[in-house]
Design a protein around this ligand. Structure first.
Ligand SMILES: Cc1cc2nc3c(=O)[nH]c(=O)nc-3n(C[C@H](O)[C@H](O)[C@H](O)COP(=O)(O)OP(=O)(O)OC[C@H]3O[C@@H](n4cnc5c(N)ncnc54)[C@H](O)[C@@H]3O)c2cc1C
Length: 367
């Protein structure tokens, strides 16, 4: 039934990792909050088996934010009673290691230079990354299903399975129209992933979001290595391919590998993702990378996953929030690792009159 409900302090649209983190942060501050999820929590860009937590970023501000995020992950771990970010570390190779080392030093991030034998100790399935690589010992694979499940548990009945159809300004607040009825809230945060720009447009916000999708292939670990701890891998040696990202899966002897160059652009968040056949060249390239560089894996993938992505034009790890009246909208890429800090910052942005500085569009890029 389409009943009207009492006014809430905050409505969060989207139950991906960012929306869940935002709703939990609001709940922790004693706000009357509901989080609406159209499909299943963690079904969108937050889906899959693994994500990388890393300190490596091009912008010094993001290295610092990663340090804060790591602490917030630890707070979630304390509350939950077990680990969410693994202690495998993250191995980095590429032409820009010196710059990264400087940024780590500036932000007081622990790191180590590792030779091929130390590289293989961190990642026993590896051939070699060459003479020098860097290890980020506080990097690791995020247990993403565990994390989503924990947040869903903390929210309880404040998570509502309903699709938000539109947001309408009403005197002093906002009406949120959903498939399960209409709710009123003083403030709303939209973190609906690939659905965010569509919800923001009728409010007069044209977001610079670019849509795409990305392939991740999962490979089985060879017998004999199956019990080993596997560091995450950030390999940027082949600058033409612009990077390989890989990490171990939650609870199974598998390793998921993605080539940055496997990304395909899409015109918008509803455009169909490409058919499986069109992906075979990318799958082959990924298998070839594995055969050459990760001999401890079987080079035939055991699982392929195509995920939607949203990106902002000023960088691979870019994200931002915008305010329009009572509505705050969020968009970004590669933000799983930052989710425990982004949630509280989105609550700050929603309840005050300005976007938190950490979430503002950086000054040096066109708005
Ligand atoms: C293959 C792949 C690998 C990645 N690797 C990494 C990594 O290693 N490290 C990292 O930090 N990040 C990584 N990322 C990025 C990271 O996963 C995303 O940035 C993050 O999950 C985004 O979370 P979100 O909550 O913003 O969006 P989503 O998870 O997409 O959540 C949005 C939610 O909103 C819901 N929704 C949409 N419209 C509506 C509506 N109208 N009403 C109600 N609900 C709605 C959707 O169903 C969805 O559940 C990767 C992404 C992909 C795809």
């Amino acid at each position: 039934s389409m009943g009207r409900q009492a006014e809430l302090d905050l409505i969060v649209v989207g139950g991906g990792i960012v929306g869940l983190s935002t709703a939990v942060a609001a709940q922790d501050r004693g706000l009357a909050v509901l989080c609406f999820e159209a499909a299943r929590p963690g079904a969108g860009q937050s889906a899959g088996r693994t994500r990388i937590f890393r300190h490596r970023h091009e912008r010094p501000e993001l290295v610092e934010l990663a340090v804060r995020a790591r602490r917030e992950w630890e707070r979630w771990e304390m509350r939950l009673g077990h680990r969410l970010v693994g202690d495998e570390g993250a191995l980095m190779a590429g032409p820009d290691l010196e710059d990264h080392a400087h940024r780590f030093e500036a932000a007081d991030v622990e790191y180590a230079e590792v030779d091929p034998s130390a590289q293989r100790r961190a990642l026993p399935i590896l051939a070699s990354l060459g003479e020098t690589a860097l290890l980020d010992p506080k990097g690791g694979a995020i247990r993403i299903r565990d994390a989503v499940e924990a947040l869903v548990g903390w929210l309880g009945e404040r998570l509502v399975l309903a699709e938000v159809l539109g947001l309408e300004q009403a005197d002093g607040g906002l009406e949120v129209h959903t498939s399960e009825g209409i709710w009123r809230a003083r403030r709303t945060v939209v973190c609906a992933g690939s659905g965010t720009d569509r919800l923001a447009r009728p409010l007069g916000l044209e977001l610079p979001v670019r849509h795409g999708c990305q392939l991740r292939a999962t490979f089985g670990v060879r017998e004999g290595l199956a019990g080993e701890r596997l560091a995450c891998l950030l390999d940027r040696r082949d600058t033409a391919a612009s990077g390989v990202y890989a990490s171990q899966c939650e609870g199974r002897p598998c390793y998921t590998v993605g080539l940055h160059s496997s990304e395909v652009d899409l015109p918008d968040g509803t455009a169909p993702i490409p058919p499986a056949e069109s992906l075979s060249p990318t799958v082959e390239r990924t298998s070839r990378y594995v055969a050459e560089n990760l001999p401890g894996l079987h080079p035939e993938p055991v699982e392929l996953r195509l995920c939607r992505t949203t990106k902002l034009p000023w960088g691979n790890d870019a994200f931002a929030a915008w305010r329009q009246g009572p509505v705050t909208v969020f968009a970004g890429n590669n933000v799983f690792k930052f989710a425990p800090v982004i949630g509280p910052l989105l609550v700050d942005s929603a309840v005050s009159d300005d976007v938190a500085p950490e979430l503002a569009v950086p000054a040096e890029v066109p708005a």
